[in-house]
Write a protein that binds this ligand. Structure first.
Ligand SMILES: Nc1nc2c(ncn2[C@@H]2O[C@H](COP(=O)(O)OP(=O)(O)OP(=O)(O)O)[C@@H](O)[C@H]2O)c(=O)[nH]1
Ligand SMILES: [Mg+2]
Length: 717
């Protein structure tokens, strides 16, 4: 029997990057995403936490924030959750306040604001291992007494240390309603707060708490007044005279709150923290190098080059194994089906050929996410955002834009969600608009196929990495001017100071990194079994039917001297050409002719609009239909290398010329070919207008730039 649910709700609150989600995972056994930079969690997520002795509570993980004066959409989630203002959610019964043990003074500012909510609290001093390493000793008993008896627990969430104590402390906090000691306001400010509370609730049934009164008095933004439904007309005069009262007492109304809180906290922390001899300052020393004005960007590019080179190099062997596996499977399924040519083609050319071609890229995806995980977890990604900000802030992007943009190199969807950390709605919109330009991992197999089949064999492994890095920069190259036009000319976004807090460097934690890698691999494989599988079958069917025996007869009659094998290949080619797909591709191909795409590539491009990585399996099908059982998966590369223009001005020259290969990659770098991204963009920008604009803009831009690349390179090469 599981323990009965108490029906109680506990909220995890704290500054960004303090370890709330790590703790949430330890307490609930769930797997929320964690990461070593601020703003990983952007929405609420709940789970069940067992307190022992038959008590269960619901625990909610929330985004991090520095103060309760919410400004950005993710911070708003926290203030709404604490106010019980989220639909279907009640007000929490207690707060698990997570602070960074190495930075108590700054972290406790939020605590002293939370105290005003009057909720039972457990104070968690997390990252105790780091504090210890820095030689900090914290007197938790003294701190607990000074805070009015709330339980104070020292934990190391990622090691699971102190988690059991938290469960006990939470049970006690709920039973004893332990509350944090509140700050003592100077008399005049207390009176001003009283005035505001009285005026805001006069003649209504509104409940205006002490915490709400503070938000009304101290915040410049009207969000609390709006939540309470206190009209602008009614509040203006009241707030003005209350703020005058604060001013008369010698405080600037906009600065009074932190001043009073910090004075309170300094007294509170006196004698609580003892500093011994520890290793601090390592982060600062490393940053002097990695954030250096000149060396920083150079090292950044160097790290990226090394990164791609090693992805290729390391993935080579496992990719070979998967290819041999796919080949073996083809040889296994094809011969027994010889009497049923359609079924044979469906299985060997369609499913094994298409899905197999896609799955060969699994090792590269795994290694890509391993490296991304290491870069993120070590704390370097946030530095990269800082470097990008220094290089690109002139284009009008908000400093906070660069974290979503960098994580867009993995996948646009979580990045679009993480734009919620940006306060200014216009800056947020501009960031969301350029995020899909970042080269996501779905583009990776496309580049890898092209580089592996053409750039590597022709120009060597060095150029392969260079082209790979270049392709990852193409999106950025166009995102920056796009952002410039959007922020400066269209939306007229006000410049914002850069406020990203740089996380501490740490040794990447294998558990977190491997988990992330595993999740992405699982997603990649499940895509192979769903979207890719479905589109592969459709593409196969369109390229197989109709099968008119007359076609074979005509070919046979026209070339009586050919060997049996050559004849068979020519018949298959004739079938594909007159299939539905052949006719359709040829009809649309003129639109892509300036880009150097033949009708097979055209079909691949069109089939890739729902998900761009489909091109790999589509080429796998179109170039392997008719190859039959003899084909091995090297055949896709080889078939592409051997493909020639059959007629027209380019007759006899390779279809995949350098110009066409580059144009194809550039097209995929810039085009909006991802259904889920367009849908998420619509969701995050509150309508289809911006999503449609993004789709149209990216697609036209991709066409135009790819055409330019093809025309220029084909003349030069
Ligand atoms: N050394 C150490 N690292 C920790 C501890 N707890 C969490 N971390 C690391 O701190 C980083 C941030 O952890 P998260 O759980 O994502 O932090 P969060 O508070 O949820 O962050 P946001 O969602 O961005 O507000 C991760 O790299 C964790 O592995 C700890 O006790 N010790
Ligand atoms: Mg989190």
């Amino acid at each position: 029997m599981s323990a009965p649910d108490t029906g109680l709700l506990v909220a995890l609150v704290g500054n960004p990057n303090t370890g709330k989600s790590t703790l949430f995972n330890a307490l609930t056994g769930l797997r929320q995403r964690v990461g070593n930079y601020p703003g990983v969690t952007v929405a609420r997520k709940s789970g069940t936490c067992d307190l022992g002795e038959g008590q269960k509570v619901e625990l909610v993980d929330l985004p991090g924030l520095y103060s309760l004066s919410a400004a950005s959409p993710d911070e708003q989630v926290v203030t709404d959750a604490l106010a019980g203002n989220i639909a279907g959610d009640r007000r929490p019964d207690a707060v698990l306040l997570v602070v960074d043990a190495t930075n108590l003074l700054r972290n406790l500012f939020l605590a002293s604001q939370v105290a005003e909510l009057g909720l039972p609290v457990v104070l968690v001093l997390n990252q105790a291992d780091v504090a210890k390493e820095q030689g900090l000793r914290i007197d938790t008993d003294l701190l607990s007494r000074r805070l009015g008896g709330v339980p104070v627990v020292l934990t190391s969430a990622w090691k699971g240390e102190g988690v059991a104590e938290i469960r006990r402390a939470l049970a006690r906090a709920l039973a004893e309603k332990t509350q944090l000691a509140r700050v003592a306001w100077p008399a005049e400010i207390a009176r001003a707060l009283g005035d505001v509370a009285a005026a805001a609730s006069a003649g209504t049934d509104r409940a205006v708490s002490a915490a709400d009164a503070q938000r009304l008095l101290f915040d410049a933004t009207p969000s609390t007044a709006e939540r309470l439904g206190w009209s602008a007309a009614a509040r203006d005069k009241v707030l003005r005279s209350a703020r005058d009262r604060v001013r008369n007492a010698g405080y600037n109304p906009m600065a009074a709150e932190p001043l009073v809180h910090y004075a309170h906290l300094r007294a509170l922390l006196d004698g609580v923290v003892a500093e011994g001899l520890g290793k601090a300052g390592r982060t600062a020393a490393v940053d002097r190098l990695l954030l250096h004005r000149v060396l920083g960007p150079v090292l950044f590019v160097g790290i990226m080059l090394g990164f791609f080179a090693s992805v290729f190099w390391l993935a080579k062997f496992p990719m070979g194994w998967i290819q041999s596996g796919v080949d073996a499977l083809k040889l296994f399924v094809a011969p027994p089906l010889e009497p049923y040519p359609m079924l044979q083609s469906l299985l060997a050319d369609g499913i094994v050929g298409g899905v197999g071609a896609f799955l060969t890229f699994l090792p590269q995806i795994l290694i890509l996410f391993l490296f991304l995980g290491v870069l993120e977890d070590s704390g370097y990604m946030a530095r990269a955002a800082f470097i990008m900000d220094r290089l690109f802030s002139w284009c009008g992007l908000n400093g906070k834009s660069f974290v979503p943009m960098l994580s867009g190199f993995a996948c646009a969807i979580p990045s679009l969600l993480s734009t919620r950390t940006i306060e200014d709605p216009k800056a947020r919109l501009a960031t969301a608009f350029v995020v899909p330009f970042m080269s996501c991992s779905a583009r990776f197999p496309v580049y890898a196929l092209m580089c592996g089949a053409f750039i590597g064999p022709l120009y060597g492994a060095g150029w392969e990495s260079v082209v790979m890095v270049a392709m990852h920069c193409v999106g950025l190259l166009f995102a920056v001017p796009t952002a410039f036009v959007l922020t400066r000319l269209v939306l007229k976004v006000k410049p914002q100071p850069f406020v990203l807090e740089l996380p501490r460097y740490q040794l990447p934690k294998p558990r977190d990194v491997l988990w992330r890698m595993w999740q992405n691999a699982a997603e990649f494989v499940s895509k192979a079994g769903t979207v890719i599988f479905a589109i592969t079958i459709v593409v196969w069917a369109l390229s197989y039917f109709p099968r008119d025996a007359a076609v074979a007869e005509r070919v046979r009659a026209a070339s009586p001297t050919l060997s049996a094998d050559a004849l068979r290949a020519r018949i298959q080619a004739a079938y594909v050409e007159q299939s539905y797909m052949g006719r359709f591709g040829k009809a649309v191909q003129p639109a892509f002719d300036p880009l150097g795409f033949d009708w097979k590539i055209t079909v691949g491009v069109l089939a890739s609009f729902p998900a761009r990585e489909v091109i790999v399996s589509t080429l796998g099908v179109t170039y392997s239909v008719g190859e039959g059982a003899e084909a091995d998966s090297q055949a896709l590369r080889k078939a592409m290398q051997d493909a020639r223009w059959p007629e027209g001005p380019r007759a006899g020259s390779p279809i995949f010329s350098l110009a066409a290969v580059l144009a194809l990659m550039v097209f995929f770098a810039l085009c909006s070919q991802c259904g889920p991204t367009v849908a998420t963009l619509a969701q995050e920008t509150g309508g289809w207008r911006w999503a449609a604009l993004s789709f149209g803009y990216m697609t036209l831009l991709a066409w135009a730039v790819a055409a330019l690349v093809y025309q220029v390179v084909s003349r030069l090469a």
